[in-house]
Design a protein around this ligand. Structure first.
Ligand code: IPM
Ligand code: MG
Length: 369
């Protein structure tokens, strides 16, 4: 049996709590002889800063590089508000994305039927929602240079961020989106701001070209990013796959996440290009939610996004797609039984903590395994 090398980076705040539940899933698979995992654990974010004065150490970067999948919790918290910008907790996550070249970020937004009433939108608008945001993750304004604040010497300062995209970066993310669309409802909406940004003009041009040359069978629509935000809260079910740049993807995926009832529900996968020899992609899996310092350490966090992220790792990195489906089913069944963490609590349901939610999901998994 293949040994799957996992590298766990719990991070800060609720990251450590939700990762502890993933560790139980790893043990569950191992103890039943379904798969063999070799899981190492490292530090990232504020906890890494406290230990090494850096948001991630070089040694942990090397372990991340060697892993079949990196499983990431969350980073940040008020404790590190004043650390230097290059060492802030988020810098650890950004370094992982950039150095592992994880350019394709998949953020599914699925509305579990049991949660349709927790959405801020009416049930009929979100029930059955299943959309996938494909966010470009290693380019654009997140990494573009110059990125500076300059003192102009006249009592004024000037801040500059640079939005920059080359053809190849748009080409490869467009292909990921079109390929995924073919496995779903075969529709892609490409979102940019070509009405004010040159990067939007090029984005539109390259996506159109890739479509015409290689994916004429997929339905393609172009939508300005502001309009896309509006359409997501007006009628989200019109979309199947949305492909967009790093910054718009950050914003649109938070909007999409909220539509599903809770930010605590959504997983994500960040993938690199397939290795030419082995076909293996570098990968990192993380919940879309943050470290939630306000509820950390109280067994209140919803572990579902983290567990669903582990399921995505089973599917996209470990060749265990059938088991990914079973974990996702177990989550759905647990919700159907009325089990809720506080963020998704509704009248008449049973409120549980982080560990009890994971217990319930493991129990369902055991039943369908
Ligand atoms: C996300 C987060 C990150 C981002 C932060 C933590 C740097 O908001 O993954 O969506 O902006 O990409
Ligand atoms: Mg974000």
């Amino acid at each position: 049996m293949a040994i799957h090398k996992l590298f766990l980076l719990p991070g800060d705040g609720i990251g450590t709590e939700v990762m502890a539940e993933v560790a139980r899933f790893i043990d569950w698979f191992s103890s039943r002889g379904i798969a063999t995992f070799e899981a190492e654990q490292g530090l990232v974010g504020g906890s890494a800063y406290d230990a090494h004065g850096k948001a991630i150490s070089d040694a942990d970067m090397a372990l991340a590089n060697a892993a079949d999948a990196v499983i990431f919790g969350a980073v940040g918290g008020p404790k590190w508000d004043d650390v230097p910008y290059e060492k802030r907790p988020e810098a650890g996550l950004l370094r992982l994305r950039k150095d592992l070249a994880l350019f394709a970020n998949l953020r599914p937004a699925i509305c579990y039927p049991a949660l349709a009433d927790s959405s801020s939108l009416k049930r009929h608008l979100v029930e059955g929602l299943d959309l996938l945001i494909v966010r470009e993750l290693t380019g654009g304004v997140y990494f573009g240079e110059p990125k500076t604040i300059t003192d102009l010497g006249n009592g004024q300062k000037r801040a500059i961020d640079t939005q920059v995209y080359d053809t190849y970066e748009i080409d490869r993310i467009a292909r990921v989106a079109f390929d995924l669309a073919r496995t779903r409802s075969n529709k892609v909406a490409s979102s940019e701001k070509r009405n004010v940004m040159k990067s939007g003009v090029l984005w539109h041009e390259v996506v159109s070209q890739v479509h015409a040359e290689s994916y004429p069978d997929v339905e393609l629509e172009h939508v300005l990013a502001d309009n896309c935000g509006m359409q997501l809260v007006r009628n989200p079910k019109q979309y199947d796959v949305i492909v967009t740049d790093n910054l718009f993807g950050d914003m649109l995926s938070d909007v999409a996440a909220m539509l599903t009832g809770s930010l605590g529900m959504l997983p994500s996968a960040s993938l690199g290009a397939p290795d030419e020899q082995s076909g293996r992609r570098k990968s990192l899996y993380e919940p879309v939610h943050g470290s939630a310092p306000d509820i950390a350490g109280q067994n209140l966090a919803n572990p579902i996004a983290m567990i669903a992220s582990f399921a995505m790792a089973l599917r996209y990195s470990l060749g265990m797609g059938d088991w990914a489906g079973k974990v996702e089913d177990a989550i759905s069944r647990t919700l159907d039984k009325g089990i809720r963490t506080s963020d998704i609590m509704q009248d008449g349901m049973t409120q549980v903590g982080t560990t009890q939610m994971a217990d319930a999901i493991l129990h369902e998994l055991e039943a369908i395994a």
